[in-house]
Unconditional design. Structure first.
Length: 174
């Protein structure tokens, strides 16, 4: 097959130049379109990231508020528990000591402890007045008690004595 070119050299050159220019224009157009597409993608990506960040920030803020409220509640409960423990008195040791100092011939019928007034009231029955006086002396020796008071009316009988003893508590020794 034979090809003939009937164009002059100048026309060929012009045609070649036009083809180059057209190709360059097309390449530039494609580059501009690609740059625009990338710009649009970046723009919407930025919007999506900012939107997600705002949602995350709001969510984090809400979670922080909830956590702070729970922490405050726990701190209040802890403070309350510390206050309760600070004000708590272990009465068991005092009761054990009173029990150990009670002679066998004495029966206790009531033991009232009043923390607010720092008093103790012990009621009971003694077989003899001497055993009751011995019990009173035993109570006076306890470091947790002061001002042990046995009314005179409780000592009028020699046997089968009903009694009520009142004393002050040394709260700091409990």
């Amino acid at each position: 097959m034979l090809t003939l070119n009937l164009l002059s050299f100048e026309q060929k050159h012009e045609l070649h130049q036009e083809t180059k220019q057209t190709l360059i224009k097309q390449v530039v157009l494609v580059v501009i379109v690609v740059i625009l597409l990338i710009s649009v993608i970046f723009y919407f990506s930025k919007k999506i990231v900012l939107n997600n960040f705002e949602k995350f920030s709001e969510n984090t803020s809400q979670v922080n508020q909830v956590l702070n409220q729970k922490i405050e509640k726990i701190n209040k409960l802890t403070g309350f528990m510390q206050q309760v423990q600070k004000e708590h008195i272990n009465w068991t040791n005092l009761i054990i000591e009173i029990s150990a100092k009670t002679p066998a011939s004495i029966t206790l019928t009531s033991l009232q402890l009043n923390k607010d007034e720092a008093t103790i009231t012990i009621s009971g029955f003694a077989l003899t007045r001497d055993e009751l006086l011995k019990f009173k002396k035993n109570l006076e020796r306890l470091p947790e008690l002061t001002e042990v008071n046995l009314p005179l009316q409780n000592m009028t009988q020699k046997t089968d004595v009903n009694f009520t003893i009142k004393a002050k508590l040394k709260i700091e020794n409990l």
